[in-house]
Design a protein around this ligand. Structure first.
Ligand code: CO
Length: 284
């Protein structure tokens, strides 16, 4: 089968940002890039070997209208929320939270390993699901299948499906695929992506080429957003390459965005802020 290899639409370098109660992290994309990443709203890369960069954490804050997916590479983040969930996620674990009609939670990185490294991705919810009941799930690293896609290419399937292997993060409304791909040196590989889905990669190790006739090497902490097609082509150089391959179905609705609350209209944002002030934010 001949595949239509996607071309590169644009590349972005993650930018240093201060978030939460004073966490130094890198924003891969966010509000200014909206709506190019529809259905995704934001992605952060928190990576540091200095606890002063992250111990302030993200104390209690609300979310409404979105889903967040946190994927840890190293270190520990403790979590607590208004639904009574409490837990710690460690390297390789995933936390998937549907804020829906409203959740209030805290996410606190802990001093556990020399290095803290993880990613948080925000997936938008369509109008029909913005006020759905909140839900929360933790997935342990051992539950994430690792696929040997071809010789020299291994893929941890976090969500979505490839070669019949289905990731454990399921039922996210925008049907995302979230793959952690490692490509050994001097390899070329075509990876399938659903037609019509927004697709990007984010390099987390080494460097590589990400299109058929690409000449510009894409390196650490750089994102590539792709045009249409049903596959991407990746080529590694002299060293192994590791990247996150993420795709999802665009929602194509108006976005009204205020910090951790993302709705369709300004009136819905106002109602959410009023709910928060009045102590009526949590609906279920
Ligand atoms: Co949060």
């Amino acid at each position: 089968m001949t595949r239509a290899i996607r071309k590169i639409k644009k590349t972005l370098k993650a930018k240093p940002t201060l978030e939460g109660a004073g966490v130094r992290l890198k924003r891969v994309f966010g509000h200014p890039e909206n709506p190019q990443f529809d259905p995704f709203l934001l992605m952060d890369d928190f990576h540091s070997d200095n606890p002063e960069d992250y111990l302030a954490g993200f104390p209690m804050h609300p979310h409404r209208g979105i889903e967040t997916i946190t994927y840890m590479v190293h270190g520990t983040v403790a979590h607590r929320d208004s639904m009574g969930n409490e837990g710690k996620i460690h390297g390789g674990d995933i936390q998937w939270m549907t804020a829906g009609s409203g959740i209030i939670h805290e996410e606190m990185p802990a001093r556990s390993e020399p290095e803290l490294w993880g990613f948080q991705l925000w997936a938008n919810l369509p109008a029909s699901h913005k006020m759905m009941p909140p839900r929360y799930q933790e997935i342990k690293s051992i539950e994430v299948p690792e696929l040997s896609y071809q010789e020299g290419v291994t893929i941890k399937v976090i969500s979505g499906e490839i070669d019949g292997i289905v990731g454990p993060v399921q039922d996210i409304v925008t049907d995302p695929a979230y793959l952690d791909v490692t490509v050994q040196a001097h390899m070329v590989s075509d990876l399938p992506v659903k037609t019509g889905h927004t697709c990007f990669v984010y390099v987390i190790g080494g460097e590589g080429l990400f299109a058929e006739d690409a000449t510009e090497k894409i390196s650490l902490e750089t994102l590539v957003l792709f045009d249409e097609g049903d596959a991407i082509r990746v080529s590694s150089g002299d060293a192994p390459l590791r990247f996150l391959l993420i795709s999802g179905k665009p929602i194509k609705e108006p976005v009204a965005w205020s910090g951790p609350i993302v709705m369709n209209t300004a009136a819905e944002i106002e109602a959410a802020l009023k709910d928060y002030q009045n102590g009526t934010f949590i609906k279920r």
